[in-house]
Design a protein around this ligand. Structure first.
Ligand SMILES: Cc1cc2nc3c(=O)[nH]c(=O)nc-3n(C[C@H](O)[C@H](O)[C@H](O)COP(=O)(O)OP(=O)(O)OC[C@H]3O[C@@H](n4cnc5c(N)ncnc54)[C@H](O)[C@@H]3O)c2cc1C
Length: 389
């Protein structure tokens, strides 16, 4: 039986899951290409940003994650272009031909056409951004301590987080906890607990992907930590002095962006449909129209669930998709069949639930009809994340 070349671009949750599945199919010659040499466990990035974890604790070398699979090779390099007619991907590692292509390049932040804001309000998608946020937050306290000027102290001690999804909520809670607990006794000229943490959310509630009662709990829990939650407010300007929220300008040296996602630009080179966020529209088998040998997974894909709604940008979605596509390709290779969407069972997402932490001891969690809040939810969150670490 003939071997087939499978090229996986992106070693995030989806790419790694696909590679592990294909690692068991000796007829597949698998190449995993990533622009970085490490896989990042993004759900704990905020812990790196808040100095709770070291970068090395949430990053693992891709090479060592896959070394046990003799038919899988790992390459470092950025993919720049896909030519579906020649079945070749151009990359910093050269031209890479494929019989099957699995794209799983994830997403980055969208500043909704205001990319110039990024310098003043970094997002949190990778380790350099997490360490930059950590630097800015810790430096703000240091600079406030150094100045005798009360107005300047306030300027340094105002922290604004834009976006009330899980990342924004986790960051706001963690900065508030840091100010009121961790740093409480560390300064002489300032009271770290005077720091103002403001969470700005355009929608009418935070944690919009959770049921109403859990998002209300999340808001209350943040407020108890001293976070000011501003709902229905839009940021209209960010510069080095601060942020304009609606008509009001708020002076803040530290602004963090946790709103909006934009899929990897590589998807656009496939020449197929993409949605407003640049995600590639895929069919029920996660392949693109007209090319049943090309799959797009995870945050880079626009796929719908059984209920017809778009699947969320979550790690379990990416992992389950990676596993599904890996199995599907292995099955076709073993059967010596040409790639074809006809007869493929559709991808089905099994929703195990979602969770978000609020400060050190609280969280919200939902799995089917089960809803948890407070310490119990936080313990569930801790258990799941310790399993990974
Ligand atoms: C701060 C934060 C917190 C989160 N918290 C949670 C959570 O609590 N629970 C949850 O379920 N989900 C969470 N998520 C979402 C989850 O991490 C994503 O849904 C998941 O990472 C998507 O996996 P992926 O494989 O599609 O992409 P990613 O994991 O983003 O991986 C993409 C990979 O592609 C590589 N790549 C990108 N472009 C190229 C290119 N051109 N060439 C080569 N390689 C490329 C990247 O280096 C990366 O390794 C969080 C995300 C963030 C940012």
């Amino acid at each position: 039986m003939a071997t087939k070349r499978v090229l996986i671009v992106g070693a995030g949750f989806a790419g790694i899951a696909a590679a592990r599945q294909l690692g068991r199919c000796k007829l597949a010659e698998v190449t995993v290409l990533d622009r970085r040499n490490h896989h990042v466990f993004q759900p704990l990035l905020y812990q790196v940003a808040m100095a709770g974890l070291d970068p090395s604790e949430i990053a693992r070398p891709i090479r060592s994650m896959l070394h046990r699979y003799g038919n899988v090779r790992t390459l470092l390099g950025m993919a720049t272009q896909v030519d579906t007619s020649r079945r070749v991907v151009s990359s910093e590692a050269g031209e890479l031909p494929y019989d099957y292509l699995v794209m799983a390049c994830g997403a980055h932040h969208s500043y909704f056409g205001n990319e110039q804001w990024e310098d003043f309000a970094p997002g949190l998608k990778n380790i350099p951004q997490a360490t930059e946020i950590r630097r800015r937050v810790l430096r703000a306290f240091e600079m406030a301590e150094r100045t005798p000027d009360k107005a300047e102290q306030e300027h340094y001690l105002n922290f604004v987080i834009v976006g009330g999804g899980p990342t924004g909520v986790e960051l706001a809670g963690a900065i508030a906890e840091m100010a009121r607990h961790t740093l409480r006794r560390d300064f002489r000229n300032i009271n770290a607990a005077d720091a103002r943490v403001i969470l700005v959310q355009g929608g009418e509630r935070i944690l919009e992907q959770f049921p109403d009662d859990l998002s209300s709990y999340g808001k209350r829990a943040l407020e108890e930590l001293g976070v000011e939650v501003r709902l229905g407010d839009h940021v209209t300007l960010i510069d080095e002095e601060g942020v304009r929220i609606g008509e009001q300008f708020l002076k803040a040296k530290t602004v963090i962006w946790a709103a909006g996602v934009q899929a990897s630009p590589l998807g656009a080179t496939l020449g197929t449909d993409t949605n407003r966020s640049g995600q590639v529209v895929v069919g029920p088998d996660l392949s693109i129209a007209g090319h049943s040998e090309v799959f797009v997974l995870g945050d880079q894909a626009s796929a719908v669930g059984d209920d017809g709604k778009p699947l969320p940008g979550l790690a379990p979605v990416a992992m389950q998709q990676g596993k599904y596509v890996g199995k599907l390709i292995a099955k076709e290779i073993k059967a010596d069949r040409e790639p074809s969407s006809v007869g493929r069972a559709p991808f089905r997402y099994y929703d195990k639930g979602q969770m978000a932490t609020i400060g050190r001891r609280r969280a919200v969690a939902q799995s089917g009809k089960i809803k948890l809040t407070g310490v119990v939810a936080w313990l569930a969150w801790l258990f799941i994340h310790i399993l990974y670490l």
